[in-house]
Design a protein around this ligand. Structure first.
Ligand code: FNR
Length: 388
């Protein structure tokens, strides 16, 4: 499907990410929606992310003559068309079947990175050919070194050149809201579940065609392929043992850039530099892991000060607009990622949903740059003085 043919209509019908969010909410069964949207606990961390971004304002400047914009961004020696990309999202096919392939193709078309999660529902072998040279792979660190080495090899062999190691899942999140919504392992086909299928026909048809979501990358290493066993396998064998030595071992194995994602403490940022990380991922997992965290944007300046140009800083958690991207860049981030918004796009519009999210973000980014009297992203980043 050609996005350009629909761009004008979509821009008028869904001018903001929030419009796609509302549409996706209607098209997704309740349990899938709640999984996508939820934080943890009473979700104050999600609210804090939003409040932290909203309080950053700028004084506009005018009389800058003709406004034309350059938002191309170089990261780790590679050019991207904009300073943002798709964050890793697990169980992706629950939100929309084959969302991974859709977003991978979108990323290749738009020249922005797409991150494939270890616990995605599609495998690197199937997504790699779609993503062109825009593929990043996210590693949930397995306890078994043998399994770790296999996953890393598969990512490398299938086109993924940048590795994200996720640090912020030392224990599984409680996610009370998804439990309330009936997300159970193993999934139970109850009358309510059937009713949800009937009332969300597009999702149901797409799921019938693609099959129920499975954690396909990791299931082949699990004792059995049934979803409950695979989920337990991930729960108990994938996170508890992360140490700096482990990160260093991965560093020695991966010859491309590595981002350590979920870093909020300056001491962790400093250690990450010592073990050779190329990127520090300032993130609180979109408020999904620890409800006691500050807004990710609030700790960004201190991490930038600590890193002080020795690595790239990649920010996520709460971004919903181009203005939010400017906010993160203005505090020293080199690049940004978005999780939920790209799934709102696919949930609302399918194949071209991610293109529309990208178009909204780019337009909002340049529009706000215009208001600020900025033509080149460099002007945002160069105006930042690292406070001493
Ligand atoms: C995530 N996130 C995530 N991160 C990761 O490293 N591996 C993963 O498998 C997942 N899975 C996942 C599922 C869902 C449904 C969401 C919403 C998020 C976190 C993600 O990469 C990113 O940090 C947040 O989504 C950023 O916040 P926003 O953009 O969603 O506000």
């Amino acid at each position: 499907m050609n996005y350009e043919k629909h761009a004008l209509r979509l821009t008028n019908t869904y001018p903001a990410i929030e419009d796609l969010r509302r549409k996706a909410k209607k098209r997704l069964p309740f349990v899938a929606w709640e999984y996508l949207e939820s934080g943890t606990g009473d979700e104050k961390a999600v609210d804090r992310n939003r409040e932290g971004l909203d309080k950053i304002t700028f004084i506009p400047q005018f009389m800058k003559g003709e406004m034309s914009f350059n938002i191309e961004t170089e990261l780790f020696g590679r050019k991207y068309s904009a300073p943002f990309g798709v964050a890793p999202v697990g169980l992706t096919g629950l939100m929309w079947p084959k969302a991974e392939q859709m977003l991978a193709r979108m990323a290749a078309r738009n020249k922005i990175p797409f991150s494939l999660s270890t616990v995605a529902t599609q495998i690197p072998e199937d997504v790699g050919p779609e993503v062109g040279d825009m593929g990043w792979f996210q590693l949930y660190p397995p306890e078994s070194n043998e399994l770790r080495d296999k996953l890393i090899k598969r990512a490398k062999e299938n086109n993924f050149h940048t590795l994200i190691i996720t640090a912020d899942v030392p224990v599984p999140s409680r996610r009370e809201r998804t439990k309330r919504a009936g997300m159970k392992m193993p999934p139970k086909i109850t009358p309510y579940f059937i009713w949800q299928g009937i009332t969300h026909p597009w999702w149901s048809l797409a799921t019938l065609a693609a099959g129920l979501p499975r954690l396909r990358t990791v299931e082949s290493y699990s004792p059995s392929k049934d979803l409950a066993t695979v989920a337990d396998f991930v729960r108990f064998k994938f996170r508890g043992n992360l140490t700096w030595d482990y990160i260093k071992e991965v560093r020695d194995m991966w010859d491309g850039p590595i981002i350590l994602k979920g870093i909020l403490h300056p001491e962790d940022a400093e250690e990450a530099l010592k073990v050779g990380m190329d990127g520090i991922g300032v993130s609180n997992h979109g408020g999904r892991q620890f409800n006691g965290v500050p807004a990710a944007i609030d700790v960004l300046p201190e991490i930038v000060r600590t890193v002080n140009g020795r690595a790239k800083v990649i920010f996520d958690s709460g971004i919903r607009s181009g203005l939010d991207i400017i906010r993160a860049l203005s505090l020293g981030a080199d690049f940004t990622l978005l999780g939920r918004p790209f799934l709102y796009g696919v949930g609302a519009l399918g194949e071209i949903g991610g293109d529309h999210v990208t178009a909204i973000l780019k337009d909002d980014l340049t529009n706000n740059m215009g208001q600020m009297g900025i033509k080149d992203l460099q002007e945002i980043t160069q105006s930042i003085e690292v406070p001493t």
